[in-house]
Design a protein around this ligand. Structure first.
Ligand SMILES: [Ca+2]
Length: 388
């Protein structure tokens, strides 16, 4: 009897290992493939991979797609995206993980709250019109994507994207994620706004050529970072006072926000405008072309004014910002010189997330490295990336 039980256990393990399958989707169902993405989803089971061949002349698969399983979608053709025309909706479920690589799509949304756990949506190297993952108990990791209009998340990592605007919306999560919100090295045209109060945030090395960063919520008692960003409000203006960074926490919401090594090109009266004293705000080693007019900033020092040039064509800054960031060793640049204020500086430098040859090189989408290494202590480094 014991043998039978053991054999059953091994058989079920074997079934688990071999159950993940590749399902192919091709134009007109060529060579035995599915003709539609929806048909492949219907046939798939959790953990399967759907491999989609881009149609000739980049024609679209015209269908509304509902993803109600844990699946990964990839292109069959290297460095070429498949096109979807219609809506893409992810049905939430605790433990569900949906990953899309190399999609061209109109909108991708998670259709509602997840109960009893979390839904995870990963989108890499894709081009979208609109993305809404701002739901209760949802994590969205987005990297290497272009999203034309709004991107809405409530938790996750957002790295190396070109975005119209980015909103981190507040949700009343009941199954909390264990990590925070990371917004790193994105090109954002119309502003980054955080409302979330469940998670600590890091807003690092982003390039906002005509907009600003707004903070309307923090996790109570948390310490949050806004570092090495470029926010230029000279063209389109920023907040009410033209500011590059707006902070306005409501009563009962308190936390610390550290603002350092940013390039703040001001079109109005205040570089940083904090509406009240609910947030404890520090500002150090920021660079502006104007004098530092700050409102309700508790701690400040070593902010400098000087001449610099913001180059929107290659998302860089040159001039007085070079080596104007914090001299502390943990902010050292990749070339081991003092931190450059702006998106090129520090260990989360823009160049980490934006390969020079974007077409045929792997792209980093997350790095977790210590900023300072001490001899005699273990060095823990982790990261992830993707290709095609
Ligand atoms: Ca430097």
């Amino acid at each position: 009897m014991k043998k039978i039980v053991l054999f059953s256990a091994i058989a079920s393990l074997f079934t688990t290992i071999t159950s993940a399958a590749d399902l192919y989707v091709r134009e007109n169902g060529a060579n035995g493939a599915y003709a539609t993405v929806s048909a492949a989803i219907t046939a798939a089971t959790n953990g399967d991979r759907i491999i989609i061949k881009p149609k000739t002349a980049n024609a679209a698969y015209v269908e509304n797609i509902t993803i109600n399983k844990s699946l990964t979608f990839v292109s069959e053709t290297n460095y070429q995206k498949y096109k979807l025309q219609g809506t893409v909706v992810i049905t939430p479920l605790a433990g569900r993980v949906v990953t899309l690589h190399n999609a061209i799509a109109n909108s991708i949304t998670i259709s509602g709250a997840t109960t009893g756990g979390r839904t995870t949506l990963n989108i890499f190297n894709s081009t979208l019109s609109f993305l809404d993952a701002g739901q209760v108990n949802a994590t969205a990791n987005i990297s290497g994507c272009t999203v034309d209009s709004e991107t809405i998340i409530s938790h996750g990592r957002c790295t190396g994207n070109t975005l119209g605007s980015l909103f981190v919306t507040h949700t009343d999560d009941t199954s909390l994620a264990t990590d925070g919100v990371d917004i790193i090295a994105n090109l954002v045209s119309y502003g980054i706004t955080n409302y979330q109060r469940n998670y600590t945030f890091k807003i690092l090395n982003n390039f906002l050529p005509q907009s600003s960063i707004s903070i309307w919520g923090v996790k109570n008692g948390s310490t949050n970072e806004i570092a090495n960003n470029v926010a230029d409000t000279q063209t389109n203006g920023g907040g009410q006072y033209g500011e590059c960074i707006t902070i306005n926490l409501s009563t009962g919401n308190t936390g610390t926000i550290s603002i350092y090594n940013n390039v703040l090109a001001l079109g109005g009266d205040f570089l940083i405008y904090n509406y009240n004293t609910n947030a404890t705000v520090s500002a150090y080693y920021n660079m502006s072309q104007r004098s530092f007019a700050l409102n309700n900033v508790t701690n400040q020092g070593s902010n400098t004014s000087g001449n610099f040039t913001i180059n929107a064509n290659n998302q860089s800054v040159s001039g007085a910002n070079v080596n104007a960031g914090s001299p502390a060793v943990e902010y050292t640049d990749l070339d081991l010189t003092r931190n450059d204020a702006g998106n090129g500086g520090g260990s989360n430098s823009w160049s980490n997330y934006w390969p020079a040859d974007a077409g045929n090189r792997a792209q980093i989408n997350y790095l977790n490295v210590p900023r300072k290494i001490t001899t005699g202590t273990p060095l823990n480094v982790s990261g992830s990336g993707f290709s095609k």
